[in-house]
Design a protein around this ligand. Structure first.
Ligand code: CA
Length: 227
């Protein structure tokens, strides 16, 4: 699951990044509101953690702009205790939840788990497409026809999770590279192809009828033609 953190206080941001990475989230961090907004608009994030007071553009405005452009990514707004009206304004602006600083890390992680389930549309932790089911907790891939299952590597899991979440839509190699490896990595597009082939092998191993199809010159899509 890929998180975007937009927070200008450096120590806070660093501590949050460390915590979230320990919890196995992929995290990208921006300290400026304008950078944060363009990152949100890439559409590659599962959850956005948004501070209110930011240089460039404040959190309320960022949330409003993102919603105006049709971005549905869940947003958790961080507000200072002194900003009493923030809760109302935060929810009005399009944030899904808010948390008052200072907060307990357990509270933050609980909110993120709830927003993550909502983001994936997997209340029970299971994601399905065609004849395959993906367990978001154990990373197990199962095919209903054969009854076979296999555990996916982390990148393979993220690729399938992203394809399923976009059910049937074509994803470009650029979108996949950003989503899986993030803005701050130097990933070559070749990596996408390498991990795509690993993921296809896992699908073949469980004899899934759902396949990853390459759409020439565009990208990839998940298809299940014969179920
Ligand atoms: Ca701030």
């Amino acid at each position: 699951m890929r998180l975007l953190l937009v927070e200008d206080e450096q120590r806070m941001a660093q501590a949050l990044c460390e915590l979230l990475r320990l919890e196995k989230y992929e995290v990208d961090h921006f300290a400026n509101g304008l950078d944060g907004l363009s990152a949100i608009e890439s559409g590659i994030y599962d959850i956005v953690i948004l501070d209110v007071m930011l240089p460039g553009m404040n959190g309320f405005e960022i949330a409003k702009q993102a919603r105006k452009k049709g971005i549905k990514t869940p947003i958790l707004m961080l507000t200072a205790r002194s900003e009493l009206d923030d809760k109302v304004e935060g929810l009005d602006s399009g944030a899904d939840d808010y948390l008052t600083k200072p907060f307990m890390t357990g509270e933050l992680l609980a909110r993120l788990r709830a927003l993550g389930r909502r983001s994936l549309g997997a209340a029970d932790g299971l994601l399905s497409f065609g004849d395959i089911t993906l367990d978001t907790n154990t990373l197990m891939l199962e095919a209903s026809g054969s009854g076979l299952s296999v555990r996916l590597g982390e990148k393979e899991y993220r690729i399938l999770e992203y394809l399923i979440a976009n059910g049937g839509q074509i994803l470009t190699r650029e979108q996949l590279a950003l989503k899986i490896w993030g803005f701050q990595s130097e990933t070559e597009y070749n990596n996408v192809e390498v991990y795509m082939s690993f993921t296809r092998k896992k699908l073949a191993f469980v004899e899934a009828k759902t396949k990853i199809k390459a759409v020439r010159g565009v990208g990839y899509e998940l298809r299940c033609d014969d179920v």
